[in-house]
Design a protein. Sequence first.
Length: 366
Amino acid sequence: MAYDVGDQDTAAGLDFRSDTRTMPDAEMRAAMAEARVGDDVYGDDPTSSALEQEGALLLGTEAALFVPTSTMANLLAVLAASGPDSARPRVITGAHSHMAFLEDAGLRQFAGADLLPLAQQPDGLPDISRLTEALTALPSGGPRQPTVVCVENTSMMHGGSALEASAVGEVADQARRHGAHVHLDGARLANAAVALDVPPAELARPADSVTFSVSKGLGAPAGALLGGSSTFVARARELRERLGGTLHQAGVLAAPALVALRRLPELAADHTTAALLADQLADVPGAEVSWPPHPTNIVMVRCSGLPAAQFAERLADRGVRVLPLPDGRVRFVVHRAHDADSARSAARAVAAMIGSTAVAQPGRHP
Ligand SMILES: *Cc1c(COP(=O)(O)O)cnc(C)c1O
């Protein structure tokens, strides 16, 4: 039986805005069509249960919960870590993390969180001395205020840098010495695991809870897993229902997510393509590439004299879509719709765009 998988990337040219723009392919659509379903509100959706069991195995946690988005997984982690009486928590997270700059309003509104953004090192790891300062400062919510320390792996704003388990472990040990819950926002933990050639469970081990997206580079249409202890996940399951995040025939979405979990090794191809794109862009006069210590599928470029929004707009005119960032760089996220030719075409488009734009060209950096 054939499934119409729709236009992947053709109509819009090359779309590097995000790996969320991966489309479910024929295998995933077939899995959706054939998914055994029940009603997850009644706890009898077999495909969701299978996904949660496989997810827990992959993440090395006692249990896992299937949730609609990573944003909800992160919110549930903070809520569940705040205890049964849902005391207002303080959330300590990297100033450039997704939780600090894109989820802060939700965390404040729905978890009543006090957000403490921390300076980050070039690889994206929270600065440990700043972390210690934040942990030892008297919490505004009183001495018993619950504290959640969050680490993002890969670190998106730091060029998609993959963090090693040992480095995250040091942050986690320090956080736990002060009684904090450690949450890992691993929306792209699959990329980190593949780049570092370790199982995701090893990278999740230092944390008390972990978010893992199936709908970024892994290509499922929607969803994320929240892993943690059985008690923690049971609490998160109740909270998910209160938030309205429990889906009835969830198996239709869990089935392609199960396909996604088997595709981790395929991310290596995205990393190879991203490395080629970074190399090609580095050869473009006027383009300045950011080089994270452990790169994955993200490439960030700055072009001095050309604001990010204009960079993105002019490149879109040449059929290549990228995301402008608030710090003046633009972001390319490589995913399964791209190959070596896409990387070369994108770099050529950047070269042509810069060549035809009157910008101050600082020349190659030594
Ligand atoms: C994409 C992303 C999220 C949010 O994921 P959604 O599924 O879009 O809600 C959270 N954290 C990080 C690091 C992300 O990259």
